[in-house]
Design a protein around this ligand. Sequence first.
Ligand code: 5AD
Ligand code: FES
Length: 347
Amino acid sequence: MRNLVDKLELNRTLTKQEFITLIDNRNEELSEYLFEKSRKIAHKYFGNRIYTRGLIEFTNHCKNNCYYCGIRAENNKVERYRLTKEDILECCETGYELGFRTFVLQGGEDLYYSDDTITDIIREIKSRFADCALTLSIGERSYEAYSMFFNAGVDRYLLRHETATESHYRKLHPDKMSLTNRKQCLRNLKEIGYQVGTGFMVGSPFQTTENIAEDLKFIEELSPNMIGIGPFIPHCDTPFRNESKGTLELTTFLIAILRLMIPNALIPSTTALGTIDACGREKGILAGANVVMPNLSPVSVRKKYALYDSKICTGEEAAECRFCLQNRMKRIGYELVIDRGDFKAIE
Ligand code: 5AD
Ligand code: FES
């Protein structure tokens, strides 16, 4: 199997069948071999510098009904909330003082925030925090809306494809939702000029190795600037409440593969990874991730933005999370930096 890792490192790709073989034959020794390479590549591009993004979960209303997601429309046990523009700006203010230079506005698909409302919020953030990057993660909107947000100053957009396989997509989402449309949104975002992020859940219900290989091939084709993956974790008030969660082991293995595929990609070590393992985020970094995304949402709403059970950091203030992560990174030889952390093309 080491020859496949070497081949991946050299060519930055494998065939779908080779990806399947590599993933299905992994073991601890192979993972270590892979991680040494992925860490070295991350080090070549980013040194020991870890970028941070301040995540602002501004609404947990959602019109969709993804079977895996805790804030799905049909979950009537969620206490719904929306942050005002002023609330959001206050989060940014706190974040700025803590050294964040990227803010990520994330929410469910909530049409209460019209394209104009979102644009207004964007303009305000960009005028008050001119040296910061702004990332949106609000799901599928029209080409026109994406253009408007971009022209108002948004730098980046996160939209995980969730799974690149149509038949698998159908098992995770109701008929109303469409993988074709989601992929089209990603292409639109790229065309408009955003730094684009996509990704998928690891170990989501019904996921096969072939599905994962298709995710990797889709990512190769899209060539995103950011790639977010994290383990699926069941939420007790969703149809997938009894499904088993994804593993740290497979998630880190895939982070390392992605690092070899796109050496300069911005890859977060996600909160979901930190939720399934007390040192999950550290292990993600040691597998080749280079970004962390601590929460900047007001503590009063944090528990309400539960996409999955047992989410970490829901009781901590922004400053606590920042310093906790700073220490965690320091212990494994990395430092959090005050930087926008933009994607840089390979020279
Ligand atoms: N477990 C893990 N990740 C989840 N997401 C949504 N629900 C879950 C879950 N139960 C992920 C999706 C989404 C991102 C914001 O969170 O991939 O794109
Ligand atoms: Fe909100 Fe899926 S339930 S996007």
